[in-house]
Design a protein. Structure first.
Length: 418
């Protein structure tokens, strides 16, 4: 009989195996804790949405819509898309559930898988986990700074030091059109200095020529460095807004660099845009990115609602911790291991384990038919604090710092309980 070839995970996906979970949990648990401290409440949205949600908000000419979305028709011929990002679904839920009638701002976050079809690489997956943290209903520049400082604090809490914050303002409806006109004219005059991908973006959205700046050829980057910058065209309101954001960041001790070419790859961004750039020296070096999106809620049929948020890749944060050399957290140790000798009452052992676990004690026993020596080795592998060696008539307790102690079967649970 011919052996069947093994089925492997799809390209661009990855498994988080138990050995990797302590570091993964250290990231997600700390982020959840910080969001609570800053007043953000958790929300869960569907893994797929109406395709129009992303086409309308991300921009029909964006790379996400044109190249990266997983879109399919269901059995009723409805076009659905696996969510490529978390902001638009959260804004859709904000409108659909009437949260715009709640006291503003509404602060929400989610940690969930996102889906984008792209070239896989280290820190770049087609299915990746992302934290989306959003503040809806306020145009106060102070909340821009607060959101940025939240992520800066997360990196400090996790022990990441090799990063920097890049910051820009890309204007609003009042000032951006004139800038786009000037930029488009410059790009047209310098088309021979641009590569094919950059020239293709000019016709769709001139501002997007700066997207994925680090991935562009060096000669294209050099040309774009000479292009007009949005900072030269900001209206008075945008200049003032950006100055307040920077002032608050300075007051909170958050270092930042002004990067005039920094834009985000989705059409809904306005004013404040930012990226935290980590230790990877390639186009995957961005560990989080975000900005203000004051017109997104209107695009999906809601009332005028300013907002700001960021998307932070969990995998890239884990890589940043590895690159930093941050010590890996230990897996939770087992409280009790129950080893069984021949003739031990296995039905009673099962009952004792259930009772210990109901009381909050992490307890385990042998299910592999190991010898007593093998069971004790397994107990040490699991980091068991206490061991009960159960025989036919009684048991021996091995507690930390104490000599072995014989006990009766009826004493086991009480002695091992907190």
């Amino acid at each position: 009989m011919t052996a069947r070839s093994p089925i492997e995970r799809p390209r661009g996906t990855h498994d988080v195996v138990p050995a990797e979970m302590p570091r993964w949990r250290s990231v997600t648990d700390e982020l959840t804790r910080l969001c609570g401290l800053y007043g953000y409440q958790q929300i869960v949205t569907p893994v797929f949405e109406d395709t129009a949600l992303f086409a309308r908000t991300s921009g029909a000419g964006s790379d996400v819509v044109q190249k990266e979305m997983y879109t399919f028709e269901d059995r009723s011929n409805r076009s659905l898309t696996l969510r490529p990002e978390g902001t638009a679904p959260i804004c859709r839920a904000y409108v659909e559930h009437g949260m715009h009638r709640d006291p503003q701002p509404v602060k929400l976050f989610t940690i969930a898988p996102m889906y984008r079809y792209g070239a896989p690489g280290r820190g770049r997956y087609r299915e990746h986990w992302q934290a989306s943290v959003e503040a809806l209903g306020s145009d106060d520049p102070a909340i821009d700074a607060e959101l940025i400082q939240l992520y800066d604090t997360l990196l400090a809490r996790l022990g990441v030091t090799r990063y920097h914050l890049e910051l820009n303002s890309i204007g609003c409806r009042a000032c951006r059109p004139a800038y786009l006109e000037a930029l488009a004219a410059w790009l047209d005059a310098n088309a021979d200095r641009l590569d094919e991908d950059t020239r293709a973006k000019v016709a769709v959205s001139p501002l997007r020529v700066f997207d994925n700046y680090l991935a562009k050829p060096p000669e294209v980057r050099a040309a774009l460095d000479e292009a007009p910058t949005i900072g030269e065209s900001l209206c008075e309101a945008c200049v003032e807004h950006f100055a307040v954001v920077r002032g608050h960041l300075d007051a909170m001790g958050v270092d930042h660099r002004l990067v005039p070419t920094l834009v985000r790859g989705l059409d809904y961004y306005t004013r404040t845009t930012f990226e935290f750039v980590g230790p990877l020296e390639n186009q995957n070096s961005t560990i989080t990115g975000g900005g203000r999106y004051d017109y997104l809620v209107e695009e999906i049929g809601g009332p005028p609602t300013p907002g700001i948020g960021f998307g932070a890749g969990v995998e890239r944060l884990v890589i940043a911790l590895e690159e930093e050399g941050v010590e890996e957290p230990r897996a939770p140790a087992m409280d009790v291991f129950v080893a069984v000798e021949p003739g031990a009452p296995r039905d009673r052992v099962a009952a004792w384990l259930a009772e210990l676990r109901r009381g909050g004690v992490a307890a385990e026993t042998d299910y592999a038919g190991r010898s007593l020596k093998g069971q004790l080795t397994q107990a040490r592998r699991l980091g068991a604090t206490a061991i009960a060696v159960v025989g036919a008539e009684g048991a021996t307790l091995r507690l930390p710092g104490q000599p072995d102690e014989p006990v009766g079967h009826d004493e086991i649970v009480s002695r091992l309980s907190p």
